[in-house]
Design a protein around this ligand. Structure first.
Ligand code: AMP
Length: 429
């Protein structure tokens, strides 16, 4: 079989690495990939941007690709699955209509409300309907969100009414382009955040191993928001009971609602949840794809064949599949370029990759490129070093051994990835 992975980050390196392990797979193409996918056995890069749907369809037809898995949301929201399907190519992910769950927050809030799925109270505005008096009447803090895709930057948590009005005005004035022409203002929820990811095929669903990520740049979950500085699996907060509750109160009604609305969902579905003190799983957001960096530790633990899983979903036979997970914990530490998440450096030579390759665990690449004999930084998040261990604490030790073997100028990473889970493990002992 030939597989195509769309994207070039750490998630896509992990997808390519995992697909290449399948005995049924002869070749994995990654568009555009990175230095890590370029060096992976059975994997090669094709120089096509993840958003170039025409070129992607063309290469899938030319190379006779059997299965395409799409990493990032952009091409899914733009309709890559519809395009591939029309060209007779199997592509795992939601249709353009189903991917609106990530593409429009206003649509998703209305969907959640209509189907009785728990989420924060909210109101939606455009430039012509926005009323600062509404903001002034709300309790603080308030959360202001751009409706469309804004590369993770379109959410502002506001401690004052003035800040909320300013954030709303900025978005409606075009700060995020068309993504902010509609905004959602919602109530601030307290609790602990959990990511819950499933593989779905219309009415069939398989939850993946649980995971949790760290969004803030600095230790102690402080500093600016990022795409994610590390993640681990399993997430001890997601007990058997909570998992059942999330399935019953969020995942199943969401898939049912999408079917009823005429936009059945096939693909990975990622629910960003805020677990309230009473255990209510409130939906913060949906992503129509796997998370990055959650995918890296999750796939480290997947023992069964990912190609079989995606193929079964496309055949609507997920009920015949039961994925096997390594009982060990996995933990990934993101190594980022100096300056990230603001303006960051690129073009620094990375040393120690060969030393790290000889250690246990796995280093997934994100923003890297090959230049001659060297691997250079080429993005904000550069690597994700993943360790495995009997518990999250042991996985953390293995991950940081990899991190300590690798260096470049002004590298930055958190030193406490997994600390909440490790504290839970300590208390449980
Ligand atoms: P989103 O893209 O909607 O998930 O928002 C990004 C981040 O903002 C989330 O991961 C949360 O940390 C935070 N956030 C979003 N909405 C809320 C909310 N209603 N209450 C508290 N925090 C929120």
């Amino acid at each position: 079989m030939k597989i195509l992975i769309v994207g070039g980050g750490g998630r896509e390196h992990a997808l390519a690495w995992k697909c290449a392990q399948s005995p049924r797979v002869g070749q994995v193409f990654v568009a555009p990939g990175n230095a890590g996918t370029a060096r992976e056995p059975k994997v090669c890069n094709v120089e096509i941007a993840a958003g170039d749907l025409n070129a992607l369809v063309e290469v899938a037809v030319r190379e006779d690709i059997d299965l395409t898995i799409v990493g990032p949301e952009g091409p899914l929201v733009a309709g890559i699955v519809d395009r591939f399907t029309a060209a007779g190519r199997r592509c795992f992910g939601p249709s353009r209509a189903a991917a609106r769950l990530e593409g429009s927050k206003a649509y998703t809030k209305e969907f959640l409300k209509r189907h009785g799925i728990p989420t924060a109270g909210y109101a939606t505005f455009t430039a012509s309907s926005f009323d600062p008096a509404f903001v002034l009447a709300q309790r603080l803090p308030l959360v202001v969100k751009a409706d469309g895709l804004a590369a993770g930057k379109g959410v502002v948590i506001c401690e004052t009414h003035q800040a909320a009005i300013a954030a709303a005005d900025g978005m409606l004035a075009g700060e995020f382009g068309a993504a902010g022409s509609t905004i959602v203002i919602e109530e601030f929820l307290r609790g602990e955040e959990v990511s819950f990811i499933v593989a779905a095929a219309q009415d069939q669903v398989i939850p993946l191993a649980t995971s949790q990520d760290h969004k803030r740049r600095d230790d102690g979950d402080r500093g600016p928001n990022t795409g994610g500085m590390g993640a681990y699996s399993p997430a001890p907060i997601v007990t058997r009971d909570l998992r059942a509750r999330i399935m019953r109160e969020v995942i199943e009604p969401t898939l049912r609602g999408l079917r009823l609305d005429g936009t059945p969902y096939t693909g990975f579905l990622y629910a960003g949840l805020m677990i309230a003190e009473d255990g209510t799983p409130n939906v913060l957001e949906f992503n129509c794809r796997l998370g990055d960096p959650e995918t890296q530790p999750i796939l480290m633990r997947l023992e069964s064949d990912l190609v079989d899983l995606c193929g079964a979903a496309l055949d609507h036979s997920l009920d015949r599949i039961e994925p096997r997970w390594d009982p060990r914990a996995a933990l990934g530490v993101v190594m980022a370029a100096g300056g990230y998440p603001e303006r960051y450096r690129t073009g620094d030579a990375i040393s120690g990759l060969d030393t790290a390759a000889a250690l246990p665990g796995k280093v997934f690449h994100a923003g890297t490129r090959i230049q001659g004999a060297e691997v250079m930084t080429a993005g904000g998040r550069v690597l994700c070093a993943v360790g495995l261990g009997a518990n999250v604490g042991a996985a953390q030790r293995q991950a940081y051994e990899l991190v300590h073997a690798i260096h470049w100028n002004l590298v930055q990473y958190r030193r406490d990835i997994g600390y909440r889970a490790i504290e839970r493990e300590r208390v449980a002992q």
